[in-house]
Design a protein around this ligand. Sequence first.
Ligand SMILES: [Zn+2]
Length: 356
Amino acid sequence: MLVLSKRKAKWRALLCLSAAVMLCSPVRQAAAAAIAPAVQSGSSSAAKDDVAAARKELYEQMSAATGIPWFRFAAIDQYERTIAKKKSGTAEAPVKSRLTGIQIPAPVWAGPLNPDQADMSPDSIRFFGGMGHDGSGDGLADPDNDADLLYSMARHLLKYGNSASDFSIAIWEYYHNGRAAQRVGQFAKLYEHFGRLDLAGSAFPLPIGNSYAYRSTWGTGRSWGGARIHEGTDLFAPHGMPVRSTCFGIVETKGWNRYGGWRIGIRDIENRYHYYAHLSGYDKSIGRGDIVTPGQQIGWVGSSGYGSPGTQGKFPPHLHYGIYRDRGITEWAFDPYPLLKQWENQEYRARKNKKK
Ligand SMILES: [Zn+2]
């Protein structure tokens, strides 16, 4: 049985390699062609669209060659892009001519005991147990080549199988980090659900109008819970006003928290965690792992929190809204106030344009 499955795996790998070699050279050329104008015209949205289209094509071709769904490549790639530290100006700045953001460390790529940590020979990399493979068909396993990177990742994933749970085990085995595994799984689910890479979009967390009030309260002291700074913005509003998702995302947490009361946490594709606290209740359609869209109702304004489950009324009803950015090991809060203003203005403008 073991021999049989081993042989099957070998055959599959062989098939994949030849398919990748056939497919990936044109992919690389297409990718290079798409990047060139994108780099020239800076960060215009047309250039962004070009890069996104080239990325999607790369994932899809690698998917056709390996049988791994495109959204899994997209999820790993996006996860790595969101945790990459901005190192511009140093030698380690990401390579500009690449479409993917995946960075496989040299000892993993070339093999931990490989004396040549910059080795690109597939044979000696294999000898030293590195994960680098040639996916572009040029005879080199280059960690800065998109096709080589994705193909090497595919070979890693194929060792575990193709189901969703095989995928999460493979990701765990690669990162040895539960948060990373969770994020990649969430991103894959989002991409699969929407069928596209572009999941930008926003909404103000309350129905816009004049029955709420908020100001920048970043870093001010808290009245309860000791010496912690206030990591978010309080939007004072009547009890029962609908609370809406500000983004495309996936529900990560839901339930009681001593400080936040009935709260909900939503992860977006940029690896930001949107935190909504002190709710009076949840929309009944919302559960952990569910996907939400900007403007979708998730619950209602309340005054829950600052005590044991069910505590409420210790302060005026308001929505506490916070945003945290995951950097891989730690999560940082940042001031949501400027974004709230921006989203509110966007909705006012959109409403005005509709009336015209
Ligand atoms: Zn607050």
